[in-house]
Ligand binder design. Structure first.
Ligand SMILES: [Zn+2]
Ligand SMILES: [Zn+2]
Length: 414
């Protein structure tokens, strides 16, 4: 076969499915406890939704979006992140009016065209949450603590939370001017930086090429208005009183336009890459900017593939609900129908009795030896063999695959 999964995508199977399910299960449990409900949005949206909400001068919009036209020439984009879609849904279903304090979580695939590397794919998975309608510092603190609890419950060790405040529109204006003035004094900026200087000078702060030149860059903390300063202090007090560890990191600016005030990132020391596992912040203007009632909001998302790299495998194995594997084999082909209906009967019995068994076989036109080989390969616990002589007396053979012993049992006893 000449087909391969497209570059940057991957099939998830074997251990990775166990890992992925574990993370998603944990997420559902933790979100439920914090009063968040699930929402599922489409994998593609009008491209303009993302351009508008993430901002023109961002890496995602400039370089990473999968944009395409459908047959009616509508310009669509595969979702590169969850917040814009969720906010669109929140407005479309008039929840800004009917349910202004909605707390939602999502789990699903996201798409970004970037260079694939360990833990980074073009189709990847995010788990995230958005809390609407609450402008109080408690909402920011809750999201940060929730994100931490989630990573810890997923088995991530040594997490480190970086927080910062980017201020409101008012203070951002002065900070922006100071930044532009400063960057204009820096010699030899890269092309991206020059291009972004007018549109989004904040983005220069995380330039991977020029960062070492920015020693004397103005700090947002010197430009925060009193309201923003108080707000940031209150959030930190709440975090401290909840026993939540964090560091204030003035270099932290999230790359997206919609953030206001609080931004945060959670990393772990256990992986070499020091990659950010989860990130988020407040976005008080986004709902209004894309057409809803003015509604404050705060949220975060984590990258499942990155979290999987940071968690020890024993955590996943310990989580596995054990299913006892049973194989139904036939020594004589003419007993196939009887064996088949027996297999279905014990599956249904397991379903009703809530017993964790998983049933394999029978397989047509294979010798008993080959059937047993297969049973061995998939590590079944016992094999039930239908053979003519025993079946005449209403019996089957039960072969214990671990110690290789065999007994006869009445079929009606099973
Ligand atoms: Zn402010
Ligand atoms: Zn640069």
């Amino acid at each position: 076969m000449n087909y391969k999964a497209p570059r940057g995508t991957h099939d998830i199977f074997g251990l990775n499915v166990i890992r992925m399910n574990f993370l998603e299960q944990k997420a559902k449990e933790v979100f439920m406890r914090y009063g968040f409900v699930e929402i599922r949005t489409p994998m593609f949206e009008e491209a303009a939704l993302f351009t508008r909400s993430l901002g023109q001068a961002t890496d995602i919009v400039e370089k990473q979006m999968y944009i395409f036209e459908d047959r009616k020439k509508r310009k669509l984009a595969l979702r590169p992140e969850g917040t814009a879609s969720l906010t669109r849904a929140f407005i479309e279903h008039r929840m800004d009016i009917s349910n202004p304090f909605g707390k939602f979580f999502y789990i699903g695939e996201m798409f970004r065209y970037e260079r694939p590397q360990a833990g980074r794919y073009r189709q990847f998975h995010q788990i995230g949450a958005e809390s609407f309608g609450n402008s109080a510092p408690a909402a920011d603190a809750e999201i940060i603590i929730l994100a931490q609890d989630l990573l810890v419950s997923m088995g991530v060790k040594e997490i480190k939370t970086h927080i910062n405040s980017l201020g409101c529109k008012k203070c951002r204006f002065f900070f922006r001017e100071a930044l532009v003035e400063y960057f204009n004094s820096v010699q030899g900026l890269c092309l991206d930086c020059i291009k972004r200087l007018d549109k989004n000078p904040l983005r220069l702060l995380d330039c991977k090429i020029d960062f070492y030149k920015f020693n004397k860059v103005p700090r947002i903390s010197s430009y925060l208005c009193n309201d923003c300063k108080d707000n940031f202090t209150l959030i930190q007090e709440l975090l401290k009183s909840a026993g939540c560890d964090y560091v204030v990191d003035e270099k932290l600016v999230r790359g997206l336009d919609y953030y206001t005030r609080t931004v945060f990132e959670i990393k772990t020391n256990t992986t070499d890459s020091q990659d950010t596992l989860a990130a988020g912040g407040r976005y008080d203007n986004l709902v209004e900017e894309i057409g809803g009632q003015s509604t404050p909001a705060v949220g975060f998302a984590l990258g499942s593939e990155r979290v999987m790299l940071a968690v020890q495998d024993n955590v996943f194995f310990d989580s596995l609900k054990q299913y006892e594997k049973i194989f139904v084999a036939i020594a004589d082909q003419e007993l196939f129908n009887e064996a088949f209906s027996f297999a279905i009967r014990i599956i249904r019995k397991g379903l009703k009795g809530n017993k964790n068994i998983s049933v394999f076989g029978p397989i047509n036109n294979k010798s008993l030896t080959n059937q047993l080989k297969f049973a061995d390969k998939i590590q079944v616990y016992k094999t039930i063999i239908f053979a003519k002589t025993e079946f005449k007396n209403g019996k089957v053979l039960i072969k214990n695959m671990k110690n290789n012993t065999q007994i006869e049992t009445l079929l009606i006893d099973l």
